[in-house]
Design a protein around this ligand. Structure first.
Ligand code: A2P
Length: 279
């Protein structure tokens, strides 16, 4: 089954579910990505910091699916936020993947204390003009970071990828993205396999719709207009996670899952205003 797509603000189309690849590495990761593509995944999300661009690119090249039918994303690490460093990092990232271009490339974290994310954004704008990237976006950006890069360059990101799962509903940021015409992607959309998957409301809905708990949570994202990037090392789950387009939760059911939200619900407490990654 073809995966429905959302149109980004630059006209490119992003599949409504993608494969997260954090911790998919080495030979096992390679085979898991190949099998995900064979099962129908057409969006693969990687990052330089995941240390897997080599096998992700190889799996895409070896999959037998034409390059222009797979939406490939990666992300810029914090230590390369300077303009020249960022441009070089993008080229190195492409070389590791063995690809000519990225469909989407994101600034991984804003690192506001370092204060170089506008430089990084200018490099992504240049890389887009050079044809190295089709869509440019950001990850973990707060509304004020979005406004700053838009004001300084006149270019709005197509995507903001942020943490969202039933314990971290993050509704305000999703709305702030939408207001600016930015599509929100969710990282760790299943709460990284946490107890959110066994919450009674989620189990009840799984029974009602004859779906598994992961599928209920993914459907909740999709109905909120969010593009989830679930990870799974289990081939049955990988397949199930694409099979979420033949049922619909009611508005009240979406709201019921929203009530699982917690003040301290972030998986690793990573606040984008504070979080630093320079490796
Ligand atoms: P597994 O690898 O055994 O499938 P996230 O994408 O939020 O990081 O969550 C990943 C976690 O969710 C993994 O532990 C994964 O376990 C589990 N998972 C993925 N898909 C499903 C599913 N459909 N049902 C239940 N658990 C799932």
């Amino acid at each position: 089954m073809a995966i429905p797509k959302v149109v980004l603000n630059d006209g490119y189309k992003l599949p409504k579910v993608g494969l997260g690849t954090f911790q998919l590495r080495g030979g096992i990761g390679y085979h898991q990505i190949i099998s995900a593509i064979k099962d129908g995944y057409r969006s693969i999300d990687s990052a330089t910091n995941y240390d897997n661009e080599g096998i992700v690119g190889k799996a895409i090249r070896d999959s037998g699916v034409p390059r222009d039918q797979i939406f490939v994303s990666s992300k810029l690490p914090g230590k390369y936020h300077g303009y020249d460093d960022a441009l070089n990092a993008i080229k190195e990232s492409l070389a590791r993947m063995g690809l000519e271009y990225f469909d989407l490339y994101l600034i991984h974290w804003p690192l506001p204390k370092r204060g170089l994310y506008v430089e990084a954004w200018k490099a992504l704008v240049t890389a887009q003009k050079l044809g190295l990237i089709k869509s440019i976006g950001v990850s973990n950006f707060e509304p004020e970071h979005l406004d700053k890069i838009i004001a300084e360059t006149g270019v709005t990101p197509s995507v903001n990828q942020i943490e969202i799962h039933p314990y971290w509903v993050n509704d305000q940021r999703v709305q702030e993205d939408a207001k600016r015409g930015i599509v929100t992607e969710a990282w760790s959309p299943l709460g990284r396999g946490s107890s959110a998957l066994s919450e009674p409301i989620v189990k009840k809905l799984a029974e009602k719709y004859d779906k598994n708990v992961g599928q209920i949570i993914l459907r909740w994202h999709i109905q909120r207009g969010i593009v989830p990037l679930p990870k799974s090392t289990n081939l049955k789950h990988q397949r199930a996670n694409l099979d979420v387009f033949d049922f619909e939760l009611t508005d009240d059911e979406v709201k019921a899952i929203n009530t699982l939200d917690r003040q301290d619900g972030r998986i690793d407490g990573q606040d984008p205003n504070e979080y630093e990654e320079f490796e």
